[in-house]
Design a protein around this ligand. Structure first.
Ligand code: GTQ
Ligand code: FE2
Length: 353
């Protein structure tokens, strides 16, 4: 371009701006890279820090109508201070003091709780109080009324996973406050949803689906643990039962469909034997992992980090991720994979990296 076209070009760009226009040729490198380049970065949050800060919030900040929850979100360091772990997923530590309640509300965002320590809280879904114990996965599909009640003399913390950032991005969010009290008079060990749906391979004929949101509201650790233990025992016996050598995995599924528990969130539990390692992989879509037990190391795009119980790991799209352990490692994982798969995005869906 000659210098005498430059004033004209400057005027053209100024007019683009004035008319709210942007030329593709200045945007394409960022908008259409050869492969996904997440704005989010991989990051690890240590449980010891999270639980200490949640306890301090418990001492200083009340929980009640308006704020709704004493939940502290993991804010990806590269997402401008927004309370988003990844572009699609919310991750938070939530804390309730002894005898404290979090009020009833409902929202279109799909949610779950996962517990790595403590007990004494029931999450009430509709009229069904669901006990929360170590290792339990407790889905709460969107638009269910819910509250949390701590009926014990101990505080309790757990993690929340939701699709808040995704629903925010597509402007799909609705929210409603509920009654002042959940009206719970009993806190049974077994919820009504489990009494109906937690019998292996059996569905109540009066309620057969398919429904896109799981009716089973508690996936108890005793089942997760047994399933993983038996995969590894079968591997020992020479049967092809595991995902890769020394790596057992289960997916939490909706008993009415056999598919994911909720339309926007996939949840799995992975167990690595002593001395095992996963192959480095990258996928389109993002994940959050929490260390449930054991210890080890994660390598994210080549950078290693030590892992201990409770630590949370955020893996953005197309970031290579591998785990290894000397002593054994149990990992809870959730991701936005159902969104990616439903929209037929991410071709190729995954690739060794
Ligand atoms: O417990 O209902 O972390 O509505 C974020 C939004 C938890 C909850 C969060 C919520 C909840
Ligand atoms: Fe909620």
């Amino acid at each position: 371009m000659t210098s005498d076209t430059e004033p004209a070009l400057d005027r053209l760009y100024a007019d683009f701006t004035a008319e709210n226009l942007r030329p593709l040729w200045l945007e394409i490198g960022d908008l259409m890279p050869e492969s996904p380049r997440s704005r989010a970065v991989p990051h690890v949050w240590e449980w010891s820090t999270l639980s200490m800060l949640a306890r301090r919030a418990g001492d200083l900040v009340p929980v009640g109508r308006g704020g709704e929850r004493r939940a502290i979100a993991l804010a990806n360091p590269a997402l401008d201070g927004r309370p988003f772990a990844t572009p699609t997923l919310w991750a938070a530590i939530q804390y309730l003091n002894a005898r404290e309640d979090a009020p009833v509300h409902r929202h279109t965002q799909n949610a779950f709780r996962f517990v790595i320590e403590g007990s004494g809280v029931w999450t009430v879904v509709g009229e069904d109080p669901v006990a929360m114990n170590r290792g339990d996965f407790l889905p709460q599909p969107g638009w269910n009324w819910h509250s949390h009640i701590n009926v014990s003399d101990q505080p309790m913390a757990w993690i929340d996973g939701l699709d808040i950032p995704y629903q925010y991005a597509v402007d799909a969010t609705f929210f409603e406050f509920g009654p002042a009290s959940a009206g719970v008079t009993a806190t049974p060990d077994r919820s009504q949803s489990e009494r109906l749906w937690a019998h292996p391979g059996l569905a109540p004929v009066a309620q057969l689906g398919p429904t896109p949101k799981t009716p089973l509201l508690a996936y108890r650790f005793e089942h997760t643990d047994a399933a993983l233990r038996e995969q590894l025992t079968l591997e020992d016996a020479g049967r092809a039962a595991t995902l890769e050598p020394g790596h057992a995995a289960v997916r939490y599924v909706n008993p009415t469909t056999g598919g994911d528990v909720m339309p926007t969130i996939r949840a799995e539990f992975h167990r690595l034997r002593r001395g095992a390692a996963t192959t480095a992989r990258r996928t389109v879509g993002s994940s959050v992992y929490q260390v449930f037990d054991g210890a080890g190391e994660v390598v994210l795009d080549g950078t290693p980090a030590r892992l201990d119980i409770g630590d949370l790991i955020v893996v953005p799209s197309w970031v290579s991720c591998a785990f290894r352990t000397d002593v054994g490692l149990d990992l809870f994982q959730y991701s936005d994979a159902p969104i990616i798969e439903r929209l037929h995005l991410g071709v190729p869906l995954s690739e060794g990296a």
